[in-house]
Ligand binder design. Structure first.
Ligand SMILES: [Zn+2]
Length: 113
């Protein structure tokens, strides 16, 4: 029984291989759920197109006014342990010195630590 594995959703490589419950792309390092289809769980991408995942660290790429306060999240602020949520502000996170708030993925950039 041979199963045709889907190409990598990130780079279209056809060399993806299964590892546990995930498929792994040897070319770009992308990992994804084998049974995920494109229309369930939309991918959340940052300002430059990196796919974001729960637990990622991002930096803010522009000053963002915090709703209902006079604080501003400064450009360059590093935010650890983001959580992806559905909605307009698709990142839920805790910002140092400010607290829990929602960010838009288009205003952040993923950091690899
Ligand atoms: Zn790939």
């Amino acid at each position: 029984m041979t199963e045709t594995l889907p190409p990598c959703p990130a780079c279209s490589s056809t060399y993806a291989y299964p590892m546990d419950a995930l498929l792994v792309c040897p070319e770009c390092g992308h990992e994804w759920q084998a049974d995920a289809t494109e229309d369930n769980e939309p991918e959340v991408r940052d300002s430059v197109g990196n796919i974001l995942r729960d637990g990622d660290t991002v930096t803010v790429i522009k000053d963002l006014r915090v709703k209902g306060s006079s604080s501003t999240v400064k450009v360059g602020t590093k935010v650890r342990g983001i959580r992806l949520v559905a909605g307009d502000h698709d990142i839920d996170c805790k910002i140092p010195g400010i607290g829990q708030m929602g960010l838009k993925s288009q205003f952040v950039k993923k950091v690899s630590e």
